[in-house]
Each structure stands twice: as C-alpha cells, then as structure tokens.
Design a protein around this ligand. Structure first.
Ligand SMILES: [Zn+2]
Length: 157
C-alpha cells in the first residue's frame, strides 16, 4: 500500500514547493518537497516543527506566494487582487507544430473536413492561447491544410 502510494506521488504529482514561516524571524521562504531548507534571512533550519503556510506548483507560483506571505496582512488582499494571472503552464502555441497538427486532426469531422467550429472546440480543449483563425492561417501557409470552402478544410498528410 505504501509502495503504491509512493509510486503514484512520484509519477503523477508535479514538483511541489512549500512556503514556510520561520519561527525565528517570521520571514517566509520556499522549500522544495522532500528537501532541507533554511530561512533565507536568519539561516535557521526548517525542522519538522516548521509552520507550512502555503504550497506552490511552479517556481513562479512559489515566488508569488512568498512575496504575498511576507507582506503586511492589510496589504495582502489588495496586492493579490492586482496581480496579473500566472502564465498557464499548459499553454502551447504554434512553436509546437506537432501540437497544432494534432489539434487539426482532432478537428476533422465525420465528413473528413475541418470546420471552424470543430477547430474552435479543439483549441479550447487543448488549452492553447491561439484563435482558430490563427491556427488556420498558419496551417494553410505551412501546407498542412487545404481550403475546401469558406468553412471547411482538408488536412493533408
Ligand atoms: Zn528566519
């Protein structure tokens, strides 16, 4: 049972960071899961009694969590509400042509053609930051698709 749990947590979970509160100087700092850490201000080692005040799944998120945690409480809510959204880690664009071609293939309907609506759905499902028009313009220019009508394209192999 333990082995199973460990296997899952290593393979499925993304790398995690904790935001720790130093009991000595009350400064918050980050620690990678399973690693030792020391306070970046006073050097006190984080032991098992350390207070974990937050978690993060990316270095950017960690940086942000630490700066918010180190802020005077009355400023925190205001600051957090003004932050731009974090960059979507899964967002992919046409710098990954395989991704774009896969999206086009997924957009092929029963009639064997890509339509604008199918492509819009596939773009949304793939969580890319491009509009269907951008994908079409790119794929036509690259010769991946051929326009059949105003709203249908053939995917070329
Ligand atoms: Zn400290």
């Amino acid at each position: 049972m333990f082995e199973f749990y460990r296997h899952c947590s290593e393979d499925v979970e993304p790398p995690n960071w904790d935001v720790l509160l130093c009991p000595g100087c009350k400064q918050c700092y980050g620690r990678a899961k399973g690693k030792n850490a020391r306070c970046t201000r006073c050097g006190r080692t984080a032991d098992i009694h350390i207070t974990v005040v937050g978690h993060a799944n990316s270095p950017q998120e960690l940086q942000r969590a630490i700066s918010i945690a180190n802020m005077p409480e009355q400023l925190r809510a205001d600051f957090a509400s003004k932050l731009p959204p974090l960059e979507e880690p899964n967002a992919k664009d046409l710098r990954d042509p395989i991704m774009a071609v896969n999206i086009l293939r997924e957009s092929v309907g029963d009639n064997g053609l890509v339509t604008f609506d199918n492509l819009a759905t596939a773009c949304f499902n793939a969580n890319i930051s491009l509009t269907p028009t951008e994908v079409i313009d790119w794929a036509e220019a690259e010769g991946f698709i051929l326009r059949k009508s105003d709203n249908s394209w053939v995917v070329l192999e």
